[in-house]
Design a protein around this ligand. Structure first.
Ligand code: SAM
Length: 298
């Protein structure tokens, strides 16, 4: 409900919610998005339900309305909210950072299967390559407290502060390395407590994997995410080659690699892994599509 003079228009909470909803009407999930935006900028849904006639703060309403308009342009809800859930934990996200996807939770399950099969006589050395928000490395480290010696490698200066923040937010014990995964010098960071070079037991990675053609056909919403997180070279396979060849050399005997892949990349990535001396290839699907591949070093 609205009331007031020409200068001051006031609106109650119910009216504010309806206004946001009407801006988003016609969009998929508009009700969910409207409620999220309402909670982010105005107040909790419990207050809306219990005190719907309470007056809505004008500045807050204006911010919510602006966010709703932004959303109609395809701007991701996750960037509006500044955080998103992944495998039961909330991660800080924002422009420049890839939004954690439910597909990637499949990678967590496959990596956990491999962690569970490790002999457990010492801490397992793991590397999360192209770490982004840190959702993979943090989830695995927190779900296996004290069992993993986790490293996270990320190149982007825009992303790195989010990685630092998320590691702190979840109290994860992770060594962060800022650098380009194709630079072999990064491998010098893998040293044990005595300063000796150390092999890796498990590599996990959701690298950029879209081809040039796929980059030209992105859905509007994805165009707001950084191309650096998406583009995997002309054929989309560049990161699989570099990681399998360069980082594969660092894997201990029977060490494993777990990649997220695009739904058409299974055969190509399998070929790369076989050429680099991997075996025991396993594919895991998400929503009926190939999404994760794992392999062991012979
Ligand atoms: C597909 S995103 C994955 C982010 C996160 N692991 C996830 O699953 O949500 C790929 C990440 O790789 C980073 N990246 C791109 N090129 C890189 C490189 N050469 N070395 C290290 N990181 C890189 C991007 O900045 C981005 O954060």
């Amino acid at each position: 409900m609205t009331s007031g003079t020409a200068d001051t228009i006031t609106m109650d909470l119910n009216g504010a919610y309806k206004k946001i909803n009407s801006i988003l009407s016609g969009m998929a999930d508009s009700g969910f998005d409207a409620l999220c935006i309402f909670e982010q900028f105005i107040t909790k849904r419990e207050e809306l339900l219990a005190f719907s006639e309470r007056e809505c703060d004008e500045t807050r309403l204006q911010r919510a309305v602006n966010a709703a308009h932004r959303r109609t342009e395809g701007y991701p809800l996750q960037y509006i909210l500044g955080e998103w859930e992944f495998y039961g934990r909330t991660f800080k996200v924002g422009e420049g950072v890839l939004i954690p996807r439910p597909d990637t939770e499949t990678l967590i399950d496959e990596a956990q299967r491999i962690i569970d099969s490790f002999d457990g006589k010492r801490r397992m050395v793991c590397a999360d390559l192209c770490a982004g928000s840190g959702c993979i490395g943090i989830t695995l480290e927190r779900n296996n407290p004290g069992k993993l010696r986790m490293y996270a490698v990320e190149l982007s200066g825009d992303v790195f502060p989010y990685l630092v923040d998320n590691i702190g937010r979840h109290g994860a014990e992770i060594v962060m390395i800022r650098g380009d995964i194709s630079n072999g010098v990064l491998l010098d960071n893998f040293i044990d407590d005595d300063g000796e070079e150390m092999g890796i037991d498990l590599i996990v990675s959701n690298p950029p994997y879209l081809s040039e053609k796929e980059m030209d056909e992105l859905q509007k919403e994805v165009t707001f995410e950084p191309s650096m997180a998406l583009y995997g070279g002309a054929d989309g396979l560049q990161f699989y080659r570099v990681i399998s060849r360069l980082w594969g050399e660092m894997l201990n005997k029977c060490g494993a690699i777990v990649f997220e892949i695009g739904e058409t990349q299974r055969a190509d990535v399998e070929k790369i892994l076989l050429e680099c001396g991997f075996c025991d290839i396993n594919i895991v699907q998400y929503a009926g599509m190939d999404r994760v591949i794992s392999a062991r070093k012979r």
